[in-house]
Design a protein around this ligand. Structure first.
Ligand SMILES: C[C@H](O)[C@H](O)[C@@H](O)C(=O)CO
Ligand SMILES: [Mn+2]
Length: 417
């Protein structure tokens, strides 16, 4: 699209009192944390790495999965080159680079992630981090921080403690606080008659993990709930109510994953409630489809609603935005690019909302005009502003990125068979 398309768009938005230049400035400085696990089907690089387990299932057999840290970093470089703005990488502990050393997750140190830190530093990226409570012999029962066996539980507590220290070191070296997000799969496939004990153990385990004070300028703690998973259909210890209460009482960030609630429940509506009571939010932007919580993000209504709430409530400053999906049925680099660009477009759409006019109508009780303008705003020329943003940020506008991904695929695929 030409510059004149942007000029026309600028005028169209200005007619509704919207400053497209101001919107582009906010968009340019808002990072999205790209999840490393889309690139290798949530396998990681520890010895014996394979299917993730923990109720996470990756379907599809598209060729080209990254098999080494070098391949994954190259794939991420390719994806990041097609995203406007400067972003972050969200890493799981299972992506440790152990160099053949026999060290288990309870003893991981920042040294095992120095390759990632150096890579991020060279690119001016921030890192976020996650302890990995799945894909490990001691997680085969599906229980970790709630495990009734004290020794197993202590192992996973030690892992959590190690990961918070690693997150803090990432934050220190990169000059940007890393969010360290705890998600555990613990639950029960079928009816359980004791929900109290596992939740009491989970609260105690988390308290032990968080006992060490860490400077929030280096690392931020978040806890992530889930409604159910494969193998935990009847009960999940870390439910929304559990973590909301935990985060409020312990001053932690709550992670809201868009795929972790009932299908008709929207996380957008939770944002202004949860932020009344917790210091901040981590979002896992995802797209649930029936029982799967992890399809590639699109510019659909639920995604738009999330970003509308962040902008309308002036919550961007208290929210970290990450992606969380895994699809092995399409090109994995394209999956990152489609999902991240969709999230950024949703943010742009929210920033371009004629909010002053809408608020005036609402205050005046003129709900007819409010609804009419909300509908009208959906077809204002968002694409022309988006394309202009891509051009200014030196990334392909429109579908131009796809040719790049296809070229990269041709060049790399030959080496990954
Ligand atoms: C791999 C991630 O930690 C995982 O997707 C988690 O965030 C989640 O959402 C589990 O369903
Ligand atoms: Mn998630």
């Amino acid at each position: 699209m030409s510059l004149s398309a942007y000029s026309l768009a600028l005028e169209a938005y200005a007619e509704h009192g919207v400053d497209t230049e101001a919107a582009l400035q906010v968009l340019a400085r808002t990072p999205i944390s790209l999840h490393c696990w889309q690139g290798d089907d949530v396998r990681g690089f520890e010895s014996g790495a394979g299917e993730p387990g923990g109720g996470l299932a990756v379907t599809g057999a598209y060729p080209g999965r990254a098999r080494t840290p070098e391949e994954l970093r190259a794939d991420l470089d390719q994806a990041l080159a097609l995203l406007p703005g400067r972003h972050r990488l969200n890493l799981h502990a299972s992506y440790a680079e152990l160099g053949g050393a026999k060290v288990d997750r309870d003893a991981y140190t920042p040294a095992h992630f120095q390759g990632w830190i150096d890579w991020a530093k060279a690119r001016g990226l921030g890192l976020d981090f996650n302890p990995t409570y799945f894909g490990h012999p001691l997680a085969q029962s599906g229980l970790t921080l709630t495990h009734p066996d004290d020794a197993v539980r202590q192992f996973w507590i030690a892992h959590g403690i190690a990961c918070r220290r690693i997150g803090a070191e990432m934050g220190r070296q990169l000059g940007s606080a890393a969010v360290t997000n705890v998600w555990i799969p613990d639950g029960s496939k079928d009816l359980t008659v004791d929900r109290r004990s596992p939740r009491e153990r989970l609260a105690h385990s988390l308290d032990a993990i968080f006992a060490e004070a860490i400077d929030p300028a280096l690392a931020i703690d978040a806890v992530e709930s889930k409604l159910f998973g494969l193998g935990s259909e009847a009960f999940v210890a870390g439910s929304h109510e559990f973590y909301l209460g935990y985060a409020i009482t312990r001053r932690k960030h709550v992670c809201l994953d868009a795929g972790h609630f009932h299908p008709t429940e929207s996380i957008a509506d939770k944002i202004s409630s949860v932020l009344q009571f917790v210091p901040g939010l981590l979002l896992h932007v995802s797209r649930g489809v029936r029982w799967d919580s992890d399809h590639v993000v699109l510019l659909d209504d639920p995604t738009r609603a999330i970003f509308e709430e962040l902008v309308r409530g002036d919550f961007l400053g208290r929210t970290r935005v990450g992606l969380d999906f895994f699809d092995a049925s399409i090109n994995r680099v394209a999956a990152w690019v489609i999902g991240a660009r969709a999230a950024l477009k949703a943010l742009l759409a929210a920033l371009l909302e004629p909010i002053a006019q809408l608020r005036d109508y609402e205050k005046a009780g003129d709900f007819t005009s409010r609804l009419a303008l909300l509908e009208e705003a959906r077809t204002l020329p968002l694409a022309a502003v988006w394309d202009e943003h891509c051009r200014r940020q030196n990334v392909p506008p429109g579908l131009g990125w796809l040719t790049e991904v296809q070229r990269y695929e041709r060049e790399t695929r030959a080496h990954r068979i």
